[in-house]
Ligand binder design. Structure first.
Ligand code: AHM
Ligand code: MG
Length: 330
């Protein structure tokens, strides 16, 4: 008889059993994130039918227009994670300040950062969007409210990270440091089923992915480094949803670049909500993540909403970008 694939929850439980001291709180937390992503997936797929398309009529902390689905996704994650009792603090790309939760000393060991709906400019045109998350261990004393110190940690301190992509299918990818695994949503069961076990990024890939429409705003070193990938041997792919561009790069290889430019000297993408979780996944999958000069996993955020240039990809491709940026002419 053909074996049925493992569900996400079974997979998390199996990896938690490797640690006899584990209390089960981590499984509860991951289950909550999986549930929130399934709820968001359902809403994204029905957005054209319901009333959730369009703008909410206000701007967020980043000064960007908030789409209604952004709000829905943020509320879903906040409510589901709060109800799980496993978190002490939450940081969201959509919220100016962190959510600090009352003490749950037996269970509230974790702090979660997330971009609830990445790529939201693509929602109204039915292009893939996604949710990105990172999980830190609590650092503040267990008796009080969680705080910003629980969230301002480098990606090297993540205990888990992942994303869900709401595309032609919904795929949930996560790692706890024991490989990177992907699960595809079976809508008839409402279950995420193991479909991509132990994902590895090819060292060199066939694509480069970058918004070359901004070339005139790039500093000279960025233009030089990107041009290294424009020798005719690679195809250009750029969705404009980070989750989608990262997912393709993780599975197929290649390089994703969001560099600094004259109008965004720090880059556009957020260190905590976008770059750090993806960097953790790429390194776990044998790839690399860099700001062009430094590993993303080493960068300590000073503020919740810090931005960073971001380069993700296979180890050889990212090394090529970094050396070209540093001035190597070869
Ligand atoms: P968002 O979090 O507001 O959706 O913005 C982030 C998105 C990423 O998904 C994507 O990589 C990038 O912005 C695209 O930006 P641009 O249109 O400048 O190329
Ligand atoms: Mg985003």
């Amino acid at each position: 008889m053909q074996q049925r694939p493992m569900t996400l929850v079974e997979h998390i439980e199996a990896s938690e059993r490797r640690f006899p001291e584990a209390t089960g709180a981590f499984t509860v937390l991951m289950q909550a994130i999986g549930l929130a992503c399934k709820i968001i997936s359902r809403e994204v797929n029905q957005a054209g039918l319901g009333k959730l398309l369009g703008l909410a009529g206000r701007t967020n902390v980043q000064g960007e227009q908030v789409a209604r689905l952004d709000e829905f996704a943020n509320d879903t994650l906040v409510r589901t994670l709060t109800r799980s009792g496993s978190v002490c603090a939450l940081g969201s790309e959509e919220l100016a300040v962190p959510i600090r939760l009352p003490p749950a000393p037996e269970t509230g060991h974790y702090a979660v950062v997330f971009d609830p709906l990445d790529g939201s400019s693509n929602i109204d045109v039915a292009v893939s969007v996604g949710t990105i998350f990172g999980v830190f261990r609590r650092r503040s004393p267990a008796e009080g409210l969680g705080g910003v110190e629980d969230l301002l940690q480098p990606a090297s301190s993540l205990v888990a990270a992942g994303y869900a992509i709401y595309g032609s299918s919904t795929v949930f990818v996560y790692s706890t440091g024991l490989g990177v695994h992907g699960f595809t949503l079976d809508p008839s069961l409402g279950e995420l089923l193991l479909s991509h076990e132990n994902i590895r990024v090819p060292a060199r890939g066939p694509y480069y992915s970058c918004n070359t429409g901004y070339r005139d705003r790039w500093p000279e070193d960025v233009a030089r480094a990107v041009s290294r990938f424009e020798d005719g041997s690679r195809s250009l792919r750029y969705v404009g949803s980070l989750v989608a561009d990262a997912h393709r790069t993780l599975l197929r290889g290649g390089i994703f670049i969001y560099p600094p430019d004259r109008s965004k000297p720090e880059g556009k993408l957020r260190l905590l909500y976008e770059a750090a979780p993806l960097a953790f996944l790429f390194e776990q999958a044998g790839g690399r993540a860099s700001d062009g000069r430094q590993r993303i996993t080493e960068k300590v955020p000073a503020q919740l909403h810090d931005r960073t240039p971001l380069v993700l990809g296979g180890s050889e491709d990212v090394a090529l970008y970094e050396s070209a940026l540093a001035g190597d002419a070869s």
